[in-house]
Design a protein around this ligand. Structure first.
Ligand SMILES: [Fe+2]
Ligand SMILES: [Fe+2]
Length: 198
């Protein structure tokens, strides 16, 4: 969606979406500053993976919309943000962390926050799927764009997740669960979804 398209339903949703992402950023920043502190530092290799995903791939897809608001360009951006980052990476990561905390009866405030954040993320992902279906009705090539973007970014998303969960001897809260498995399961669902339902 672009501002020039002036769809009131989209504008209302995106306004709430921005507000919610602002709350999430504040929530995780406060947790990082007051609880984690300087104890957990990513290795340069892992910082590089995160930068590639967020600052190159995601930012590139969003920046492209300023020049190209075609259904294909919108589908690429929605796939990267809603399906790969919000659904696969964020929702999966939050659930893994929430499960680890709950089973150890640790940090009830963080547990509650993760549940609330994921409630928001579920709406964002549902909205992304709604827009992708709408775009497909305009341009049938959109399903192929979704599939291609998932294929392109899946290894990077899995790499970013593994970098946090698997590469460190002292894992946060003793998390021992590999995120690659749920990510691959969700990717398999998307692979089935893209050519037919979208
Ligand atoms: Fe968020
Ligand atoms: Fe979100």
């Amino acid at each position: 969606m672009t501002a020039s398209q002036r769809r009131l339903d989209d504008e209302l949703f995106v306004t709430a979406w921005l507000f919610e992402e602002g709350k999430h950023a504040d929530f995780f920043r406060r947790f990082s500053e007051t609880v984690v502190g300087d104890d957990f530092v990513l290795e340069p290799r892992d910082v590089g993976l995160q930068r590639r995903l967020f600052e190159v791939e995601l930012a590139g897809d969003m920046r492209r919309l300023l020049q190209d608001a075609s259904p294909a360009a919108q589908a690429r951006a929605f796939t990267t943000y809603c399906l790969l980052l919000e659904s696969l990476l964020a929702e999966t990561g939050h659930r893994v962390l929430e499960d680890a905390l709950r089973s150890r009866s640790l940090l009830p405030g963080l547990q509650e926050g993760l549940v609330l954040v994921n409630r928001d993320e579920s709406r964002h992902v549902a909205y992304g799927l709604h827009v992708l279906r709408r775009l497909t009705s305009v341009d049938p090539r959109v399903a192929g764009v979704v599939q291609q973007r998932v294929d392109e970014l899946a290894p990077l998303v899995a790499g970013v997740a593994d970098a946090v969960m698997l590469h460190y001897e002292k894992r946060p809260f003793g998390v021992s669960y590999a995120m690659r498995e749920p990510i691959q399961r969700l990717l398999a669902q998307l692979h089935r979804l893209a050519p037919t339902a979208l």
